[in-house]
Design a protein around this ligand. Structure first.
Ligand code: GLN
Length: 514
């Protein structure tokens, strides 16, 4: 089914995943490959078009990320973005050098010539720029189609060869008409039909899984998060009772969450599968006793999770397949797809394969982005509450409690967080704030309650909105709502006598506390 495909070649740019997402939003399947990928391999995929991403290097420098001239001679349209544009020019005989004026941020671009890339785009259009180098001289055969005040070649193209170079980033939302430009490339230049649709994906994948699994046994580690839930439901639809889901309650979930997961996936829920819940709360608390260092806490939680899961898996015996809720950004971030070096360790699934006796891994969501996974979830009829669940870290409340984790502290932060979420929902803000939760600080201070001295913990409320996942800013919650939360938390949660609101943006802060 993935016949029509656009390939994104990654030169280490910050927005490479966004490029692929935008193309998929145009209903065209898209994958990211490192610039080191062999040209023959790319040709063999028979892509309708190729997009070269931005990147940190200077293309004329020694050892810079590069590409072969032949890439531009395959008869496949190529769109170069920023570094990709510079590289195209450099490789094809133009001149790239340090720009006299670097541009960073929203810049007005003037479109000088009609171009299929800019059809339905205004003559003057705000674009996101981020570059130190610029194209001083275009390569032979190209014509310049746009400029900015400081950048005489903001776009150039060689229409007949299907080669397009733009100095700005259309994939970033700050580029007001960026989506239109990518849409133009995909449809007008590459002639795509736009057949990548989620319902087709869901149906085809379930069929394929059924064929692959046959009468085999399947095991799934269910966390209750969006990805593992959607993966589990797909498997259940495909093979029903051949699937066993193990749900480890590590005692670091939000209030009532364990029961909520059980209500959906357990025996009284709508799905055909075997559900095993392991209540391992006390095991985790005793391992975490006296441990204060965040990284050590993470490690302990991850290890203990594997141990518990391993014990359960042993009870089930050998299985044929292990299901993982890996999604596309995980694939790229683990360095398998693209060029980005960041490695994300998924404690709840990453280490499992080594400990479970199985033949093969099934990753039904491996090609999807988060929003696409959610769409599949909705199509499968998974409750919206679960599908739109906020991101929740694998180590759970373990890293929302600063310092030592105890059962009492977990109960405190669970209660405070539940009140906070309830009030946010009551105020009608739950759909507008990106992410919000309560964390327990390690600070105790003096207060007075009922004329009596208290010496209790302080809770911190966090609420952020994030744009493009790169940065986050504090959300502006009406003061009256914050005051109500403060009141309720202090009145209802024993052990807490102070409430803070965290104003820190990311960077320099992180969203989570540890
Ligand atoms: N490193 C190149 C420059 O500074 C390209 C930057 C980018 O791709 N955003 O001009």
């Amino acid at each position: 089914m993935n016949k029509e495909k656009i390939v994104v070649i990654d030169f280490g740019g910050q927005y490479n995943q966004l490029v692929a997402r935008r193309v998929r939003e145009c209903h065209v399947y898209c994958e990211i490959y490192s610039y080191k990928t062999d040209l023959a391999q790319i040709r063999a995929m028979n892509p309708k078009g190729i997009i070269l991403t931005g990147g940190p290097d200077s293309c004329y420098a020694k050892g810079a990320a590069s590409c072969k001239k032949e890439l531009f001679e395959m008869g496949i349209p190529v769109l170069g973005l920023c570094y990709g544009a510079q590289l195209m020019m450099h490789v094809l005989g133009g001149c790239v050098c340090k720009a006299p004026v670097r541009e960073y941020g929203k810049i007005e671009v003037t479109v000088d010539k009609t171009s299929s890339l800019f059809s339905n785009v205004s003559e003057k259009t705000i674009c996101w720029m981020s570059h130190n180098d610029y194209i001083e001289e275009k390569a032979p055969g190209f014509r310049v189609t746009a400029h900015t005040m400081d950048c005489p070649i903001a776009a150039a193209e060689w229409k007949e060869k299907g080669l397009f170079a733009i100095q700005f980033h259309p994939e970033v939302l700050h580029t007001q008409e960026g989506f239109q430009m990518l849409h133009n490339f995909v449809y007008q230049v590459c002639g795509c039909l736009g057949e990548w649709k989620m319902d087709a994906f869901t149906e085809t994948s379930i069929k394929a899984i059924r064929e692959k699994v046959g009468s085999g046994k399947v095991l799934c580690a269910l966390s209750g998060g969006v990805d593992s839930s959607v993966a589990a439901v797909m498997l259940s639809k495909a093979v029903g009772g051949q699937l066993t889901c193990v749900f480890v309650d590590h005692g670091l979930l939000r209030k009532n969450e364990g029961d909520e997961v059980e209500a959906v996936f357990g025996p009284s829920g709508p799905y055909d599968l075997n559900f095993v819940r392991v209540n391992a709360q006390e095991r985790f608390y005793s391992r975490l006793k006296g441990v204060e260092e965040p990284e050590e806490k993470r490690k302990i939680i991850g290890e203990e999770f594997i141990r518990v899961f391993e014990e359960e898996a042993k009870k089930i015996g050998a299985v044929d397949f292990l299901v993982q809720g890996t999604i596309y950004p995980d694939v790229v971030e683990s360095g398998l797809g693209g060029e980005s070096a960041v490695i994300k360790s998924h404690h709840n699934v990453g280490g499992l394969p080594d400990y479970v006796d199985f033949k093969e891994i099934i990753e039904p969501l491996r090609d999807l982005f988060k929003d696409e996974v959610r769409q599949v979830g909705l199509e499968l009829g998974i409750p919206e509450k679960l599908v739109f669940r906020q991101p929740f870290p694998g180590p759970g409340l373990g890293i929302r409690i600063v310092g030592e984790v105890t059962g009492e502290k977990v109960a405190m932060v669970q209660e405070a967080d539940a009140i906070y979420r309830e009030e946010i929902a009551k105020a009608g803000l739950d759909k507008t704030i990106g992410q919000y939760f309560a964390a327990l600080t390690n600070m105790r201070s003096v207060g007075v309650m009922g004329d009596e001295r208290t010496y209790d913990y302080a809770v911190a409320l966090r609420a952020v909105n994030t744009v493009d996942f790169m940065t986050a800013e504090v959300a502006e919650i009406p003061f009256a709502v914050l005051a109500r939360v403060m009141n309720r938390v202090i009145n209802e949660v024993k052990g807490i006598n102070r409430v803070f609101y965290d104003l820190t943006s990311k960077p320099p802060g992180t969203i989570e506390f540890e």
